[in-house]
Design a protein around this ligand. Structure first.
Ligand code: NDP
Length: 449
């Protein structure tokens, strides 16, 4: 049994129910096997056994009072996974599905993603099983304050710097920061994704979506192709999806779809971004409203989806940008995309493809950018926000956007060069995993046991 297989087997025995975490680890270890054959130092220093266990897992109770005066209780988490190359860094997710498994998968991915950005950021993730849907603004504020009342003692501008993720956007970051400041009596860069007038960075809102399209552009450039005039599929309709659509349109592509937790829209004439933004960013409504307002759009409710596939991925396209959530593309979906001529998949969401789906893309040798590389633009601009906070000097939109573009280019180059080193030039999963791992593992070895 190979070194990585031994570690994975033990991990599955130790945490039998943490399936998403196993999946994230398995995907990375599959790639690392080749590196371990070349270099025995990792096994000698037990790097794998160490890297799969978080340095610290914090679980806490969050109690708050709803609008009816009733006491509500939720679970809060912060997984401080790895600080070998910088302070823990990663978002907070508010969704009923959040548990230690989800956050360990996300935190594990974050270690390698942050390493790929070339910035000094370790890996972390956190959140709560709190469901923000249908809550009043006052309830959201009280929940965020209660959450921060415990979290504040574990974070700091040089210790652990949380940001947003699903269910946590600019509004929530504002409430977190207000409470942190009250408790710590400090105004510093402890959170990223802040509003512009109190320490936020230009381009942070757009960064993940824009970065994901820049990454696709880099993959295609190598094959003398471009996005111009091409039909693209986007899933999700939150922060990542909206700014993916925006950048695709700026590049002359035609994004034709979006989805949310209730269903999907297909607008053959191209998504009307102003209407989508109004519904999702301002009204916080459902995509069904888009179909009611735009005649060219067709809405399909999730209740009418087939059991074993997602109809969004059956729409013919040149490129696909999954930007909603984990495992939203299964093997059937991947086959449908390939059959219909899809040439490029750039993952805005974290681990949106199952292992089987990812194998389909790798074997077909299409341009396939795994999430930890393709969606690293968000955390990269968070790193730039930290740099601006530390120097107390904000940069212009053009400066940050240029830096984001350069970082996405450099992530592509390092994943691509590493893939070439192993004789698999199109396998960016392999390249990104090994390139991200090498830096973190070397730092762990340098820093001793
Ligand atoms: P948002 O909360 O802004 O949006 C999430 C979108 O996905 C919403 O449209 C939501 O629908 C939809 N969605 C959520 N869960 C499901 C589900 N189970 N099935 C179908 N649709 C679902 O989150 P983000 O856009 O920030 O995050 C999207 C993905 O990108 C996540 O995987 C996240 O981890 C990843 N990511 C985000 C980064 C960021 O900077 N924000 C950085 C890197 C990765 P509804 O509107 O109904 O809630």
């Amino acid at each position: 049994m190979s070194y990585s297989h031994q570690v994975l087997t033990k991990l599955k025995e130790q945490y039998p129910v943490q399936k998403l975490f196993h999946q994230a680890v398995e995907e990375v270890l599959e790639s690392l096997d080749l590196e371990f054959k070349k270099d025995s130092k990792y096994q000698k220093h037990s790097i794998l056994e160490r890297i799969v266990i978080p340095e610290r897992e914090i679980h806490f109770r969050v109690t708050w009072i709803d609008d009816k005066g009733k006491v509500q209780v939720n679970r809060g988490y912060r997984i401080q996974f790895n600080s070998a190359i910088g302070p823990y860094k990663g978002g907070l997710r508010f969704h009923p599905s959040v548990n230690a498994d989800v956050l360990k998968f996300l935190g594990f991915e974050q270690i390698f993603k942050n390493s790929l950005t070339t910035l000094a950021m370790g890996g972390g993730k956190g959140g709560s099983d709190f469901d923000p849907k249908g809550k009043s603004d006052g309830e959201i504020m009280r929940f965020c304050q209660a959450f921060m009342t415990e979290l504040f003692r574990h974070i700091g501008a040089n210790t652990d710097v949380p940001a947003g993720d699903i269910g946590v956007g600019g509004r929530e970051i504002g409430y977190f920061f207000g409470q942190y400041k009250k408790l710590a009596n400090q105004f510093d860069g402890v959170l990223t994704g802040k509003a512009l007038h109190w320490g936020g960075s230009l381009v942070r809102t757009e960064a993940t979506g824009y970065g994901c399209v820049y990454f696709a552009q880099e993959m295609l450039k190598e094959r003398n192709q471009s996005l111009e005039g091409k039909t693209c599929l986007v899933s999700g309709s939150g922060n990542v999806a909206i700014y993916t659509i925006e950048k695709l349109q700026q590049f002359g592509a035609k994004p034709v779809s979006a989805s949310d937790s209730k269903g999907m829209i297909y607008d053959e004439s191209g998504i009307k971004l102003d209407i989508l933004k109004e519904i999702k960013e301002i009204r916080r409504g459902s995509l069904e409203e888009y179909a009611n307002e735009v005649k060219s759009a067709k809405y399909t409710s999730i209740k009418d989806y087939p059991k074993d596939s997602n109809p969004l991925w059956a729409i013919p396209c040149f490129a696909a940008f999954p930007s909603a959530t984990e495992n939203e593309i299964n093997e059937n979906d991947a086959k449908a995309l390939l059959k219909n001529g899809c040439q490029c998949v750039s993952e805005g969401a974290n681990m949106p493809s199952t292992i089987e789906a990812a194998h389909q893309f790798i074997n077909a040798k299409i341009c396939y950018g795994p999430g930890k590389a393709a969606n690293a633009g968000g955390v990269a601009v968070s790193g730039l926000e930290m740099a601006q906070n530390a120097s107390m000097h904000p940069w212009s939109f053009e400066v940050v956007d240029k830096k984001l573009h350069q970082i996405m280019e450099s992530i592509f180059n390092s994943a691509s060069q590493t893939a070439k080193e192993f004789g698999e030039p199109t396998n960016l999963v392999l390249g990104a995993n090994i390139a991200g791992f090498r830096k973190v593992a070397s730092a762990m070895i340098d820093q001793g046991i």
